[in-house]
Design a protein around this ligand. Structure first.
Ligand code: NDP
Length: 297
C-alpha cells in the first residue's frame, strides 16, 4: 500500500470532542442543552443498530437524546403528529426520522414535515434548495463527513477534478454540490455513465457511493488521487462468515491512490459525528448564538 490512510474513526473522535466542548459551553454559558430526537418506525435490524448507536453517542457528547420507537403499522397521520410535536418542542433542536420507512409511509412527505431548522439529516427540500444555491443550510451528514475529511487532508479543494459515483439524494447529489461549492470541477457518474473507468481516471478526488462491493478497481484510479469510499457492503468470506467492504477494491486502489478511506473505519464513523455536529449547529442557530467553526460546510 502506498496511499496514506484517511482515518475516519480517529477524525470522528476529534469531531465528537469538538461537539462535546460546544455542548459544555452552551450549558455553562447559556443554560441550553442541545437535544436530538430520533424516530424509528418498525423493526429493521440495521436501523435499530444505527438508532442505538446514535442515541449512545448523543448522550456521550452531553446532549439530550430522545428516541421514539413506533410500531411498523404506525399510520402516516400518527407519525406526522409526532413530528409536529417535536417541531414545537423547544428542548429538541434536531429531528431525525430513520430511513427507510415502511412502504405504506410516504418518505418525502414525512421528511418535509420536519421543520427545516431541525432537519439535521439535511434532506428537507428547503435545505436541498439552500445547499444548491450556496446558502446556509443543514447539510446531509455522510457527504458532510466526506467533505470534512477532504478539507482536512487537502486544505483547499479549489480547481480539483472530482468524480462522484452515485446520484442518490442522500449521498451522491449533495456530495457533488458540496464539492462544487468548494470550487471543484465535478462530474456525477451513475449506472448509465458511458466508460466509467475513463471518467474516474480523470479525477483528483473520487467519491464512490454506489452500493456495489469492490466495484472500483485500482486501474481506474489516477496515481496520487484521493479516494473516499462511502460504500458499506457485507460479503461472504471464503472461510465462512461475513465482512464489510466498500465500493472500491481497497488493496488495488490503495496501491495507486495518494490517500484513501478504509471500510470500516472511514466514512461510516464520520456520519454519526456529523449528525451530532449538525445538532449543535441547529441549536446555536435556534438560539441566535454564534455557530461552531469547522463543524459545518
Ligand atoms: P443508492 O442505491 O440510493 O444509489 C446508488 C447510486 O449508484 C445510484 O445513483 C446508481 O445509479 C449508482 N450505480 C449503481 N450501479 C452503478 C454502476 N454499475 N456504475 C455506476 N453507478 C452505479 O445508494 P446510496 O447513495 O444510498 O448509498 C450508496 C452506498 O453508500 C451504499 O453502499 C450505502 O450502504 C452506503 N452508505 C454509507 C453511509 C455511511 O455512513 N458510510 C451512509 C449512506 C450510504 P442510478 O441512479 O443510475 O441508478
Amino acid at each position: 500500500m502506498t496511499a496514506q490512510l484517511i482515518d475516519g474513526k480517529a477524525f470522528a473522535a476529534t469531531v465528537r470532542a469538538s461537539v462535546a466542548e460546544h455542548v459544555a459551553r452552551l450549558k455553562s454559558d447559556h443554560g441550553i442543552t442541545p437535544g436530538l430526537a430520533v424516530v424509528l418506525v418498525g423493526e429493521d435490524p440495521a436501523s435499530q443498530v444505527y438508532v442505538r448507536s446514535k442515541g449512545k453517542q448523543t448522550l456521550e457528547v452531553g446532549m439530550k437524546s430522545v428516541e421514539h420507537k413506533l410500531d411498523a403499522e404506525t399510520s402516516e397521520a400518527d407519525l406526522l403528529r409526532l413530528i409536529d410535536q417535536l417541531n414545537n418542542d423547544d428542548s429538541i433542536h434536531g429531528i431525525l426520522v430513520q430511513l427507510p420507512l415502511p412502504k405504506h409511509l410516504n418518505e418525502d412527505l414525512v421528511i418535509n414535515a420536519i421543520h427545516p431548522s431541525k432537519d439535521v439529516d439535511g434532506f428537507h427540500i428547503s435545505n436541498v434548495g439552500l445547499l444548491g444555491t450556496g446558502q446556509k443550510s443543514m447539510v446531509p451528514c455522510t457527504p458532510l463527513g466526506c467533505l470534512m475529511m477532504l478539507r482536512d487532508y487537502h486544505g483547499s479543494l479549489s480547481g480539483m477534478d472530482a468524480v462522484v459515483i452515485g446520484r442518490s439524494n442522500i449521498v451522491g447529489k449533495p456530495m457533488a454540490q458540496l464539492l462544487l461549492n468548494d470550487s471543484c470541477t465535478v462530474t456525477i457518474a451513475h449506472s448509465r455513465t458511458r466508460d466509467l473507468a475513463d471518467v474516474v481516471r480523470r479525477a483528483d478526488i473520487v467519491v464512490a457511493a454506489v452500493g456495489r462491493p469492490q466495484m472500483v478497481p485500482g486501474d481506474w484510479i489516477k496515481p496520487g488521487a484521493t479516494v473516499i469510499d462511502v460504500g458499506i457492503n457485507r460479503i461472504d468470506k471464503p472461510e465462512g462468515g461475513t465482512r464489510l467492504v466498500g465500493d472500491v477494491d481497497f488493496e488495488s486502489c490503495a496501491a495507486v491512490a495518494g490517500a484513501i478511506t478504509p471500510v470500516p473505519g472511514g466514512v461510516g464513523p464520520m456520519t454519526i459525528a456529523c449528525l451530532l455536529a449538525n445538532t449543535v449547529t441547529a441549536c446555536c442557530r435556534a438560539n441566535g448564538l454564534e455557530e461552531p467553526q469547522g463543524l459545518t460546510a
